[in-house]
Design a protein around this ligand. Structure first.
Ligand code: GCU
Length: 728
């Protein structure tokens, strides 16, 4: 019988890169900490891109009771990003990869007094991913650490952090039958394997037939079986599994168990305000409750391997998962082996989870790297590895919006998805529709998805004239209303994932009134507030119980004579009351828009099918400045009145393409953009060398491009004056 002892208590943390031989001695002066732990819980979330990246030490003594056992293994479930295990002064292991489990045997080094010292480093590296991305690379022992004591004959524990048991169900939908192959790894002569009440004594593996199989059927019925394996020594392991069939069709999208099942959901990072990535099981459960409220049926667990507990929750709740490794943003020629080892560990450790549908090879890897042979070969090797280790699942990758749709890299994974931010970072919302329609028309035989899309919103900012880049809740809601319609009109998108369900830490960011946060979340970083856009998706996806949501509760002070009252609801008819007087009833789906006069302070109530929501708003004489984030940009919009423009001459209201069609005007804007590009280095190169992106920018107005690029008011005015001096 194996004995698992949790080692989360009793550590000394030393935030210093001392020599290993002395770590134990120094550690007595270290900080007493309990795992899960990260040393970036605060500095990794406060902006400045200055969080501590270094090599630190965790030291702990093992008691005689803890160290008891015939064979003793240490299990580390998450050490970011690189760890070394020293035991009684001897280095036993080194692990490179911050998101997977690894184990090391301690048996032969046990002594009277047992000192365990683990070094963990999130220092920069040119061979361990991730190194360049829009999220904080927290350092620490941020998941459970355990001791596993097993008999001499035991299941495999070391190879790629294996669970020692692998279950492959193959479902015959027509005959409602599943053939389940169970493979085990161990050093004994035989093993008893039990599935669905049937036990077989074999050497390594056994096959079971389940008639009238109970399917794992997504949100509706995520039924789980258990496979157990036991050795004569008494060591035993078990794993849950699910019987289901995933399929993707280029024209009809995703199928679950033979039925159309469009994957519509969100992404999630594994961190929390004030806690970094050192999450508890309760934190994971709380996130899953929010996901269930939203009604998502899929999750992209970006950009790395998440905690086993979270994949377990997805299994139990019927959430279809995109799992991936952190091969992201920038290709590193010396990082090839690390991508392969992280993928081996991801598949070895997560293979049995029925929720996982695809293995993601990379994310936006061409954002800061050219599509060269080394990068392509890295992807071919990853793709082959995935198919060799797991012929039952498809491979995919998330492509950056600048990647040409005829790039050879798109032909490597089985299916693709694009990260598009038209209508936020650049361009207009409609360019998302155009992109997918162009891709689907050109490649009707290819499966395509929408792996990221989103707009930042700070719940403090509001506007009745929301626009791209204003960080208002209202713009984020409008953005997602467009995307929801776009998606609903394209059922061939195999999966769509909002970026992101939760605001998360990106210590290099400083925008939208927050330091160190990416605010594209539908929910705030501390999970305390669901932004209006959350309720749009809840209305579209969650039909379990009726609700109405009044948008704009935080937009109290409104400087206008009449105002829009927008309601999100999963009901077909919504009634609106102002100060208890009925003002209108609308029939429709998901989004209901009313307009009411603003005379003073009003109590607004929306009702539908026995549920209601209320808010108080008031008319004010001057705009509430606290609702405006980018006052400079706002002033640009305000000062800029079309009457000031002589239409017979060029202006910043013209598109870049129109202006470039004139030699003199074109020369002026090219010079200005070349100067701007020289300040943006690698990303500018990706833009310059990208015809599709150039075409898209050509369709944008100069004003839009300048605001996008953060140009100040004076330089915008200056360019406009120069262009107005040039006749069309
Ligand atoms: C990219 C990237 C994300 C990032 C997002 C954003 O698509 O994949 O990791 O957070 O853009 O800019 O918000």
């Amino acid at each position: 019988m194996r004995k698992i002892t949790n080692l989360n208590e009793g550590w000394r943390f030393l935030k210093a890169d001392v020599p290993a031989e002395t770590a134990a001695a120094y550690a007595v002066r270290g900080e007493a900490v309990t795992l899960p732990h990260t040393w970036n819980a605060l500095d990794g979330q406060d902006g400045g891109n200055d969080y501590y990246r270094g090599r630190c030490w965790y030291v702990r003594e093992l008691s005689a009771e803890e160290a008891a056992g015939e064979r003793l293994f240490l299990e580390v479930n998450g050490a970011a990003m690189t760890a070394e295990v020293w035991f009684n002064g001897v280095k036993l292991a080194r692990h490179e990869g911050g998101y997977s489990c690894f184990r090391v045997e301690l048996t032969d080094r046990l002594s009277e007094k047992n000192i365990l010292a683990i070094s963990v480093s999130n220092e920069e590296s040119d061979q361990v991913y991730p190194q360049k991305a829009d999220f904080t690379f927290y350092g620490g022992l941020y998941r459970d650490v355990n001791l596993i004591a097993v008999p001499a004959e035991h299941f495999e524990l070391l190879k790629d952090g294996t669970p020692g048991i692998k279950v492959t169900p193959v479902v015959d939908l027509e005959n409602k039958r599943a053939v389940v192959t169970v493979e085990t790894w161990h050093n004994a002569e035989s093993v008893d394997i039990t599935v669905n009440g049937e036990t077989k004594s074999v050497e390594r593996s056994a096959e079971f037939v389940i008639e009238n199989v109970h399917l794992w059927d997504g949100l509706k019925d995520p039924y789980l079986y258990t496979a157990a394996a036991k050795l004569p020594s008494g060591d035993e392991v078990s794993t849950r599994f699910g019987c289901r069939v995933f399929a993707c069709d280029p024209e009809k999208g995703f199928f679950l168990n033979g039925c159309s099942y469009p994957l519509r959901g969100v992404s999630r990072h594994q961190d929390l305000k004030g806690r970094g990535n050192a999450l508890s099981v309760d934190d994971h459960k709380a996130d899953m409750d929010i996901i269930r409220e939203l009604g998502a049926n899929t999750l992209r667990l970006a950009h790395y391997q998440h905690a086993q507990e979270f994949y377990d929750l997805c299994d139990e709740n019927g959430i279809v998962v995109w799992a991936e490794i952190p091969y992201i943003t920038m290709h590193m020629p010396k990082g090839r082996e690390n991508t392969l080892s992280q993928m081996r560990e991801l598949i070895t450790q997560c293979y049995n989870h029925p929720c996982i549908a695809v293995w993601g090879l990379s994310n936006e890897i061409t954002a800061a790297s050219a599509v060269n042979e080394d990068l392509l070969e890295n992807h071919r090797l990853l793709n082959e590895l995935c198919h060799r280790m797991d012929p039952t699942r498809l491979t995919t990758m998330a492509d950056v919006f600048m990647l040409e749709i005829d790039s050879p890299i798109l032909e490597i994974p089985d299916i693709n998805s694009y990260n598009l931010y038209f209508g936020w970072y650049l361009g207009e919302l409609e360019q998302t529709d155009e992109f997918f329609d162009e891709y689907h028309a050109k490649y009707p035989e290819r499966v395509i998805g929408f792996s990221e899309y989103g707009a930042d919103a700070n719940p403090a900012f509001h506007s009745s004239r929301p626009e791209k880049g204003d960080y208002t809740e209202e713009y984020q809601a409008l953005y997602h209303e467009h995307m929801l319609r776009m998606i609903e009109a394209r059922p061939w998108l195999w999966a769509t994932h909002v970026w992101n369900l939760f605001d998360f830490a990106a210590d290099g960011r400083d925008e939208g009134g927050k330091h160190g946060e990416n605010q594209k979340g539908l929910v705030t970083f501390d999970r305390s507030l669901r932004k209006d856009a959350f309720y749009l998706y809840k209305a579209a996806w969650n039909k379990s119980e009726p609700f109405v949501h009044l948008c704009g509760k935080r937009y109290v002070n409104r400087c206008e004579e009449e105002t829009e009252i927008k309601v999100y609801s999963n009901c077909a008819e919504v009634r609106l009351y102002v100060d208890d007087t009925p003002v209108g009833t609308l029939s429709g789906r998901t989004v209901f828009r009313f307009r009411i006069p603003l005379l003073g302070e009003h109590m607004i109530r929306a009702e539908a099918e026995g549920c209601s929501d209320v808010m108080c708003i008031r008319r004010v004489s001057e705009p509430d400045e606290s609702y405006i984030f980018n006052k400079a940009a706002a002033s640009v919009t305000n000062w800029f009145d079309a009457d000031d423009i002589d239409p017979s001459c060029f202006s910043i209201q013209d598109t870049l393409g129109e202006i470039r069609s004139h030699p003199q005007a074109g020369a002026i804007v090219n010079a200005m953009m070349a100067k701007g590009a020289s300040e943006r280095g690698d990303v500018a190169d990706a833009v310059k060398d990208n015809p599709a992106l150039q075409r898209m920018m050509g369709r944008m107005t100069m004003l839009s491009l300048l605001k996008q690029g953060g140009a100040d008011e004076e330089s915008i005015k200056q360019l406009n004056r120069v262009l107005q001096g040039i006749k069309k």
